[in-house]
Ligand binder design. Structure first.
Ligand code: DC
Length: 222
């Protein structure tokens, strides 16, 4: 008889700087899974809004989103918007500032969630974001909620921005993260929340390897 290999879906949610992207990327590599960075898709849509000057014109933006094509290559490392590599542009301060406002629009979320569910339909995926455990993959085999203190999250984001040569201060980064957290957790549609069946992991003071170990151990135990 042919052996049936189970196809696994792992969903991770958490606030900005909780370490979920780095950890999910490494777990994907370790376990041979597809990696889905859902935040990158909302960032690409935000870039689409900026490029077409429709930040304030949500109905026009919704039409553009329905027609646009968002694709990943190199297992989620690079993202293409209408065949243009926008992996760097989606991380600029302009996008950082606007993305939470764009991501709160239900019609935009509806389009993006459909796309994410198509990508994940085959399973063998690890996907991270704000509503992966609750809305996108509510039946995921494994659910995690990663968190860390605001100081540590700001420190991590500040280090990322320094690598990109973005001039800022840790205080500015902390207040931007606070503002984004506030918007992501208080919005009406699909707010960031801890799913009832998610395992909570506080990554404060932990290395990436520590967190990967915690996640992989849970997966192997189950
Ligand atoms: O993970 P990130 O910082 O790249 O996410 C960017 C923004 O996108 C964040 O402010 C919230 C939004 N987002 C969302 O609303 N739902 C997701 N599943 C992922 C991100």
């Amino acid at each position: 008889m042919r052996k049936v290999v189970p196809r696994v879906t792992i969903a991770i949610d958490g606030p900005a700087g909780s370490g979920k992207s780095t950890v999910a990327r490494c777990v994907a590599e370790k376990l041979g899974l597809l990696y889905l960075d859902s935040g990158a898709m909302y960032r690409a849509v935000t870039l689409l809004a900026i490029e077409n000057s429709v930040e304030e014109n949500i109905s026009e933006l919704i039409e553009l989103v329905k027609q646009c094509n968002i694709e990943f290559t190199e297992n989620g490392k690079r993202i293409f918007l209408d065949s243009v590599d926008v992996s760097e542009e989606i991380r600029t301060p302009d996008v950082n500032k606007l993305v939470a406002d764009i991501a709160k629009t239900p019609e935009i979320r509806h389009e993006i969630v459909k796309h994410q569910q198509r990508i994940g339909a085959e399973g063998n995926i690890i996907a991270e974001g704000r509503d992966l455990t609750t809305i996108v993959f509510p039946n995921a085999d494994y659910k995690f909620y990663l968190d860390a203190s605001i100081q540590e999250r700001a420190k991590r984001r500040f280090a990322d921005l320094q690598e990109q040569n973005v001039k800022t201060t840790i205080e500015i980064v902390e207040s931007e993260i606070n503002a984004r957290d506030e918007k992501d957790t208080s919005r009406e549609h699909s707010p960031l929340q801890v799913a009832k069946d998610a395992i909570r992991v506080d990554t404060t003071g932990k290395t990436v390897e520590d967190v990967i170990d915690i996640i992989v151990t849970h997966i192997k135990e189950k």
